[in-house]
Design a protein around this ligand. Structure first.
Ligand code: KG4
Ligand code: ZN
Length: 337
């Protein structure tokens, strides 16, 4: 059905990525270039700088993965590019590059929803023997998104809950910044937390026990801000970081339990997004999944954070279902699942 390898392109935020997957979903080559160095001086992602960096680096990454796999453009079975949601400049760069290749070589083009990419990663063959069956619960925990999603089939995604204010990664980043840690704060905060006592400071646990599975993190951030002036020693800082991480993990586990109750047919709990890299968060979610008798599926970190493997794979799933997109497809900065 699919005539050759599928090229995936990702340029929706601050990672430029290309990947080549065989029609059966095996990964032939993958490459990611982070824009961390460009954005760090500004303490966050600057949209125009991101778009220009995607423009400068995406063609070389695409060429690189094709060369590594020894595949010529004319032999591709399709081109899949992230078409939203995300920063519009980068989306235009990625989608236009993908359409250009599709026109030049007469290939099917797929404009992929980035969130669908995260949602379907767990179905990559090779990740779980036999593959994860629908329906499953997806916890999307990144810097831009924080949602519980029922993944019921290809194109059938039901949002069970989402954040009322900050995304969980944003909460990590903002609290880390308050604590004087470098951006992006999540990994730095986890490192600091490792030598801390999670019980020394008591922080609020927003939404804990509330019905449904929405999230809220702004009150927690405020509590961290209020605790900061009282910090004296390095141990104090580590203890606060540890308390923060502990509370976030507990809140996520509580929300996940409620989400599972809303999807009794779930075959698995799946995590995606940069925060899924956090070991404390993973452990809390694994315990929650085990309690429900389900596996926790946490893809390797490089497939949890933004990448093009997930975009190519979503493209393959869509091509298998006969769902190519017209070249008129416009990128969408906002595009709920
Ligand atoms: O999925 P991602 O790479 O990018 C998007 O936001 O789409 O997620 C990045 C977020 C950032 O907020 C970062 O601080 C957070 O994930 N993050 C972490 C860890 N690694 C990355 N948060 C907590 N602990 C970590 N180890
Ligand atoms: Zn993402």
């Amino acid at each position: 059905l699919i005539s050759g390898p599928v090229l995936g392109l990702e340029a929706s935020c601050d990672e430029t990525a290309a990947a080549l997957l065989a029609p059966d979903g095996s990964i032939l080559a993958e490459a990611v270039r982070s824009q961390l160095a460009e954005h760090t001086p500004y303490g966050g992602v600057v949209p125009e700088i991101a778009a220009r960096a995607h423009l400068a680096h995406l063609p070389a990454l695409a060429t690189q993965v094709m060369a590594e796999a020894g595949v010529k453009p004319a032999d591709l079975g399709g081109v899949a590019a992230t078409a939203g949601p995300g920063l519009i400049g980068g989306l235009i760069v990625g989608a236009s590059f993908g359409k250009g290749m599709a026109i030049a070589h007469n290939l099917p083009f797929l404009g992929i929803n980035h969130l669908e990419g995260h949602a379907l990663t767990a179905r990559l063959p090779g990740l779980v023997p036999g593959g994860v069956a629908f329906p499953y619960l997806l916890l999307l925990l990144s810097g831009g998104h924080c949602q519980c999603v029922a993944v019921e089939g290809l194109g059938r995604y039901r949002r069970l809950g989402s954040t009322l204010d900050d995304a969980v990664g944003e909460a990590f980043d903002k609290s880390a910044k308050l604590m004087g840690l470098p951006w992006p704060g999540g990994p730095a905060l986890e490192k600091l937390a490792a030598s801390g006592d999670p019980k020394r400071y008591s922080l609020p646990r927003p939404m804990l026990g509330r019905p449904g599975c929405d999230f809220s993190f702004s009150g927690l951030k405020t509590a961290v801000a209020q605790a900061i002036p009282k910090l004296v020693t390095e141990q104090d800082r580590a203890d606060l970081a540890s308390a923060f991480q502990h509370v976030v993990a507990a809140v996520l586990a509580d929300r996940a339990r409620h989400a599972l109750a809303m999807l009794p047919a779930a075959t698995a709990m799946v995590v995606a997004g940069g925060v899924a890299a956090n070991q404390g968060v993973r452990a809390a979610l694994a315990a929650e999944a085990a309690r429900a008798g389900l596996p926790l599926i946490a893809p390797p970190i490089r497939l949890c954070t933004d990448n093009a493997v997930m975009i190519a794979w979503a493209g393959i799933e869509r091509l298998r279902a006969g769902l190519a997109d017209p070249l008129e497809l416009a990128p969408r900065p906002r595009w709920p699942l």
